[in-house]
Design a protein around this ligand. Structure first.
Ligand SMILES: [Zn+2]
Ligand SMILES: [Zn+2]
Length: 199
């Protein structure tokens, strides 16, 4: 890419990032409508600078063959970008290596089903159910916008008022596991020891 990647270190002075954070001057936006009432959480354009960057029809196909586009699109949002690039904490790293890919996938299935499977009205404080550290799956959920029903509606176009289908849950599990394999390419199917001591 011709443009310099905004790096994570540079972003930290912005303070605590939330789903409504943006840094449009660094080309990192926010597509989540704040108080939608009866509308969708999807704002389409950036809520702050109105830039129109995302091919939503393409994202709504939920096509894993096109996941690299979906990921590139997610990275236009400040909070997602941060979770794609910031270092994983030591506890999350150790935990991932102790589990291995097979167990992590089972955990991802369970987590997607219980944390975001039900309609928003049946979730206790939707938007706060996914912690921000301690487990690579949490990072993955924030990075892929599968952390709560607001982000799922904004990014994946699924009505927050109904239960996710099995197909939708499997799609999200695959996105989460894509994140895991991108961030931890050395992770194997089985459990094992950390290849290097955590930074
Ligand atoms: Zn913007
Ligand atoms: Zn969320």
């Amino acid at each position: 890419m011709a443009q310099a990647e905004p790096d994570w270190q540079e972003m930290e002075p912005l303070g605590k990032l939330t789903c409504s954070s943006h840094a449009c001057e660094r080309d990192l936006h926010c597509f989540l409508r704040r108080r939608p009432r009866d509308k969708s959480y999807r704002n389409g354009r950036c809520v702050a600078c109105d830039v129109d960057l995302i091919d939503w029809e393409r994202i709504d196909k939920h096509d894993l063959g096109d996941a690299s586009y979906t990921i590139r699109a997610l990275e236009h949002e400040l909070v997602r970008h941060a979770y794609w690039h910031k270092p994983l904490d030591d506890r999350a790293l150790e935990r991932a290596w102790k589990r291995g890919l097979v167990v992590l996938r089972q955990e991802a299935e369970k987590r997607i089903h219980t944390s975001v499977g039900p309609p928003r009205s049946e979730i206790f404080r939707d938007g706060t159910q996914t912690p921000t550290s301690g487990n690579v799956l949490y990072y993955a959920q924030h990075a892929t916008a599968t952390c709560c029903r607001r982000c799922i509606e904004a990014w994946h176009g699924i009505d927050r008022n109904r239960r996710l289908t099995g197909t939708e849950e499997s799609y999200m599990v695959e996105l989460v596991m894509l994140y895991v394999s991108r961030r931890l390419p050395e992770l194997t199917a089985d459990s094992g020891e950390l290849p290097h001591p955590p930074r």
